[in-house]
Design a protein around this ligand. Structure first.
Ligand code: MF3
Ligand code: CO
Ligand code: CO
Length: 251
């Protein structure tokens, strides 16, 4: 069942979204060569708590930290540690913010120092796929229009689409119906978007092969061939005429 949120609930998600967006913006300056993912995690935890919110990841199904920090070939659910960022790394920070029981989910891939041109383009094009996918959203379209648009962007550049990981509904829970693959699929064809739905759209692309596995820590998903991956995510509200990005601005 896909839930529709009330005006009041959406107001809470907007506040949480504003906190999440400002935080990911501040991280653009904070993330540089030599800082550890634990330092990023502390920054995230302190920032979110200082805004009267809770870091949704912390304790979610036993996840031990406030942010997911996934480096290079790690796609999602990287666990913050003492690992320090190196010149040429890319790192995705994925956060949830809960305000008055309402949740938003957003992720951004940062570049560290000077990065290989192909990897830089992967990051830019994954971000572009998110905004192009969002741009088709309005009440009355099928969900698959979004999935198709994102997939087209990957195909255009020959990137892999990570099939095992998807976007999702969000709000009362971190993960709600529907699941939202980043490729055209039958299930999404039969889902019609309606005003009041809140969705997390999150393309995840790999430079080479898209096959993934889970690391021994039981959380981190990375590409088998060590291919670098990028990931951008926004929580959006479907409206009659289009959509509102709750965790950022239009680009
Ligand atoms: N933010 C992730 C997503 O986009 C979920 C993280 S779950 C956690 O769906 F437990 F790792 F935090
Ligand atoms: Co996320
Ligand atoms: Co998500």
């Amino acid at each position: 069942m896909i839930t529709l949120k009330s005006k009041k609930e959406i107001e809470c998600m907007k506040y949480a979204g504003m906190v999440a967006y400002s935080l990911l913006e501040e991280l653009k300056d904070f993330i540089k060569v030599g800082i550890s993912t634990n330092e990023i995690d502390k920054y995230v935890e302190n920032y979110i708590k200082s805004k009267d919110c809770y870091p949704t990841c912390l304790g979610y199904e036993g996840f031990p930290k406030s942010a997911c920090t996934s480096i290079n070939d790690e796609v999602v659910h990287g666990i913050p540690s003492n690992r320090k960022l190196k010149e040429g790394d890319i790192i995705t920070v994925d956060i949830g913010v809960t305000y008055k029981n309402m949740i938003v989910d957003t992720a951004y891939t940062y570049i560290v120092g000077s990065v290989d041109k192909k990897i830089l383009e992967l990051v830019e094009n994954t971000k572009k796929a998110l905004y192009e996918g969002l741009n088709v959203i309005k009440s009355g379209i099928t969900l698959n229009e979004v999935c198709k648009t994102i997939e087209k962007n990957a195909n255009k550049h020959g990137y892999g689409v990570i099939k095992e990981l998807t976007g999702h509904g969000v709000g009362y829970d971190f993960h709600e119906d529907p699941y939202i693959p980043n490729y055209s699929n039958k299930d999404s064809e039969s889902i019609i978007l309606k005003s009041g739905m809140t969705l997390a759209i999150e393309p995840m692309f790999s430079l080479n092969k898209e096959e993934v596995w889970m690391l021994e820590n039981g959380w981190t998903i990375s590409t088998i061939d060590k291919s670098p991956t990028a990931h951008f995510e926004h929580t959006i509200l479907v409206t009659d005429n289009g959509y509102e990005i709750l965790t950022g601005k239009r680009e």
